[in-house]
Design a binder for this molecule. Structure first.
Ligand SMILES: *Cc1c(COP(=O)(O)O)cnc(C)c1O
Length: 361
């Protein structure tokens, strides 16, 4: 059977090599006579997966020694609550930058538990861009400044992270983690649901600076406590073992394909194919994001009418390209081109865009 080009925003496409590897050891994992899913998480086989995955995240991202990498459950959405609960004391507060729907959700959730402040928002411009550093109104010594590195729904991405002289950053990197290099040491905490760039749904990666594990308030539910999960190497309770196993295979695949240096280059080339089709269309395709805020992971654009957008998505599906319908809050088309989307997939979409325009303009 032919594999299709899957442009879904998440869960998203996975590398074929990874799926084949998982398939080949599905029934009998490393001579255990059973699958990873059926194995106890208290075995040396599973512990090897868990620690290799932690080591690979550290290696690929260049995570400094004074950080821990955790594999948790509940999705990025659970982190919207866990982050403020763990990091903000009653005397303190947290700042949020609103750049899209997920950043807004993180802000609203935190506001239920702690004092919050909006440091910037581009909502009035329908989240077409990332704010400039000179627009940020950071409050007096917040516990952290929260940002969403890539706005999955609107298709914008921080091109570089703000350096605000000692203000600790927290980032939701669900839709662009491991797609490019950045300096982890600028962040107190980073979290990312796996189902966009890292693997299947069911596991969330949290990277946290170790000193923050020292004074977590005592009244936080056990399962939301970073210190408990760190002390137990993410094995406090039954982990989502098959998801962690898949993430580990994806991490190995990334490493074997040149790590983040190569991933970053591939991602820039892939996105350029589609942005060129937009920019050379003389206004037939209109990008949602302003150019200097464009995401390399989620490419959002409109056609001249909603009717044409429907036809575009339907004809693309017939040609083996699925998942292109934009999120209902933005409309139009969204092509999600995470690490695992191939150059061939992006080329096919760009060619289809040009042909569609010639036929319908
Ligand atoms: C998908 C997504 C989320 C939500 O993730 P869940 O794992 O479904 O909770 C949060 N933030 C961003 C940036 C996302 O892309």
């Amino acid at each position: 059977m032919e594999r299709i080009f899957n442009f879904n925003a998440g869960p998203a496409t996975l590398p074929l090599a990874v799926l084949e590897e998982a398939q080949s050891e599905l029934l009998n994992f490393k001579g255990t006579g059973m699958s990873v899913m059926e194995n106890s998480h208290r075995t040396k086989e599973y512990e090897a997966i868990n620690s290799e995955a932690e080591a690979l995240v550290k290696e690929l991202l260049g995570v400094p020694e004074n950080y821990r990498v955790l594999f948790l459950q509940g999705g990025a959405s659970t982190q919207f609550a866990a982050v403020p609960m763990n990091l903000v004391s009653p005397e303190s507060h947290a700042d949020y930058i609103l750049t899209g729907a997920w950043a807004e959700k993180a802000y609203k959730e935190a506001s239920k538990f702690v004092k919050t402040n909006v440091a910037a928002s581009t909502k009035e411009e329908n989240y077409t861009r990332i704010p400039r550093v000179d627009e940020l109104k950071v409050s007096d010594s917040p516990a952290y400044l929260h940002l969403c590195s890539n706005n999955t729904i609107f298709g914008t991405q921080w091109q570089s992270f703000p350096d605000l002289g000692g203000v600790p950053l927290v980032a939701d990197m669900s839709s662009d983690i491991l797609s490019r290099r950045f300096d982890v040491s600028k962040f107190s905490l980073i979290y990312a649901g796996a189902q966009k760039n890292l693997g299947p749904a069911g596991v969330t990666v949290v990277i946290i600076r170790k000193d923050l594990l020292e004074d977590i308030p005592s009244n936080i539910p056990t399962m939301l406590r970073y210190d408990i999960h760190a002390k137990n190497d993410s094995l406090y309770n039954t982990p989502p073992s098959f998801s962690v196993y898949m993430v580990n295979l994806v991490l190995r695949w990334l490493k074997n394909n040149g790590g983040l240096v190569a991933a970053e280059k591939r991602n820039a080339e892939k996105a350029a194919l589609i942005y060129e089709a937009i920019d050379n269309s003389e206004g037939y395709f209109r990008g949602h994001a302003v150019k200097d805020s464009r995401s390399l992971m989620n490419i959002t654009f409109r056609l001249p009418s909603e009717e044409l957008e429907k036809t575009f998505a339907a004809e693309a599906t017939q040609q083996g390209m699925i998942g292109l319908k934009g999120h209902r809050s933005v409309g139009g088309i969204r092509a999600s081109v995470y690490n695992a989307m191939s150059m061939d997939g992006c080329r096919a979409l760009a060619e289809f865009m040009k042909a569609f325009q010639s036929k319908n303009a």
